[in-house]
Design a protein around this ligand. Structure first.
Ligand SMILES: C[S@@+](CC[C@H](N)C(=O)[O-])C[C@H]1O[C@@H](n2cnc3c(N)ncnc32)[C@H](O)[C@@H]1O
Length: 198
């Protein structure tokens, strides 16, 4: 990872999706399917009133999350990816989509669940810190924040941060603001769940 590197841009992701509509094999990978099952199993509540997914990509996890939410807003910087997500979720009217680059923009809403899965390491430190403040500010008391990130070979990729750096930055937030409910480390990824305090 290169901490001095800026956040990866929307153009970077659009170019990935132009070369391959499913660059991470979300639709077919057994590893992703197992990780998604672990992600959903980590959610303490059966249902959420209003959930927010940052970097929803082509909507594979989005469609699964939708089963647990009364309302779900999924944002991404890539229109190409999001158009596939919109088609995938077309029978789910409670799922909404917006093209959005976090933390430059953020929805003007309060959520009781925010999911950051495989996105945080694309931010530089400064953007990660801005995003953390926005996530906290827009999470209602008692609301959950779920982080899931790959933890291997950080130096090999263009990412400014590693998965561990992202998770450790959330663990370093003031304990008066957020409570760490669980932390799991699998062979290739890490999952951490937090609850917003009053
Ligand atoms: C590796 S995919 C993760 C997809 C999904 N969350 C999952 O876990 O299966 C990362 C996605 O985040 C999007 N993304 C990257 N930076 C972003 C940002 N600053 N704001 C919103 N989305 C972003 C990318 O376009 C890409 O679709």
């Amino acid at each position: 990872m290169n901490p001095s590197q800026p956040s990866l841009t929307p153009e970077y992701f659009d170019s990935l999706y132009s070369n391959d509509p499913d660059p991470w094999k979300f639709e077919t990978s057994e590893y992703e399917a197992e990780k998604y099952a672990a992600t959903l199993a980590a959610l303490p509540k059966l249902r959420y009133r209003s959930a927010f997914e940052i970097g929803g990509s082509i909507g594979v996890l989005t469609e699964m999350l939708a089963q647990r939410c009364d309302s779900l807003l999924s944002v991404d910087v890539s229109a190409q990816a999001q158009n596939k997500a919109i088609v995938r979720c077309q029978a789910l009217p409670h799922v909404h989509f917006q093209l959005m680059q976090v933390p430059q923009d953020y929805p003007n809403e309060q959520f009781d669940l925010t999911v950051l899965s495989e996105v945080g390491y694309y931010w530089c430190w400064e953007d990660l810190q801005k995003a953390q403040q926005l996530m906290l500010h827009h999470l209602e008391p008692g609301g959950h924040l779920l982080l899931v990130h790959w933890t291997l070979y950080a130096d090999y990729y263009d990412n400014p941060l590693s998965g561990d750096e992202v998770h450790d930055a959330f663990l370093a937030l003031p304990s008066s603001q957020i409570k760490h409910l669980r932390g799991d480390r699998a062979e290739h990824y890490r999952l951490d769940l937090f609850e917003r305090l009053l």
